[in-house]
Write a protein that binds this ligand. Structure first.
Ligand SMILES: Cc1ncc(COP(=O)(O)O)c(C=O)c1O
Length: 240
């Protein structure tokens, strides 16, 4: 989301002029908000991003009309979704921030630092559940057709931010320990091949009425999905 031509925010090289204009207009300068990207599982890359974010803020503050009181360094901490993904080393990120803080405080004595995490806070707290309506075999491949799909959970279908589609963690919720296993694809009821919730995954053998559960669904779930597409019912959201 950062670097190169972007539809978001203000290009860093235009900020000095913007700060002058802001003060000419008598606007109240509060501070900076720098957001670089999302779903990062590499602690070293995040450390580097934080270091560069502060360096950029310090450089830009030379043009600021008043002291920086708020510095929002963005979000982007990732969560493991796919096989091989490792949990983020949050301690390493904390240590780096601790190491950076004395200089940041020296440059901006009254600053409040904010981190605006999205998925790191909530992704693992949410599950998406849909029901198997039908088992279908087509040319040797088994599909579980469900009452859920991309209209409820676009991200799990692979159409929200994935370059190469990978399966979210998907289980049969009422047969978690089922010994009878099979390779299946889980699909929704929409008339598009994009409506795919799991592509040839191994899971417990499911029957009609069993529950397909998609883990790591608390972020970028329902609100990031085209719920009106093909007019199927919207799922119920329950806060436990
Ligand atoms: C400005 C801004 N802040 C915070 C976030 C949350 O990001 P994440 O869920 O990667 O922490 C986003 C996501 O795109 C964003 O655009």
């Amino acid at each position: 989301m950062g670097g190169g031509p972007k539809p978001f925010g203000v290009d860093a090289e235009r900020v000095p002029d913007m700060l002058i204009r802001l003060s000419l207009l008598g606007l109240n300068f509060v501070g900076f908000h720098i957001f670089s990207g999302s779903q990062n599982l590499n602690a070293t890359a995040i450390q580097e991003m934080h270091t560069k974010t502060f360096q950029l803020g310090i450089r830009l503050a030379e043009h600021a009309p008043s002291p920086v009181r708020l510095f929002n360094i963005g979000g982007g901490f990732g969560v493991p979704y796919f096989p091989g993904d490792q949990t983020l080393n949050i301690a390493a990120i904390g240590e780096n921030l601790q190491h950076l803080m004395p200089e940041v405080k020296r440059q901006f004595p009254d600053v409040r630092i904010a981190i605006e995490l999205g998925r790191y806070m909530v992704a693992e707290a949410g599950v998406y559940v849909c029901r198997v309506l039908e088992r279908k075999v087509s040319r040797g491949q088994t599909f579980l057709v469900t009452d859920g799909g991309l209209h409820h959970h676009l991200a799990a279908s692979g159409n929200f931010g994935q370059v190469i589609r990978k399966n979210y963690p998907v289980i049969i919720g009422n047969k978690v320990r089922g010994a009878d296993r099979e390779i299946v694809s889980v699909v929704g009821p929409l008339c598009t091949p994009l409506d795919l919730l799991a592509d040839q995954m191994q899971m417990a053998k499911a029957s009609v009425d069993d529950l397909v559960v998609i883990l790591q669904s608390g972020a970028y779930g329902l609100t990031a999905s085209p719920t009106a597409f093909l007019s199927h019912p919207i799922p119920i959201e329950v806060l436990v």
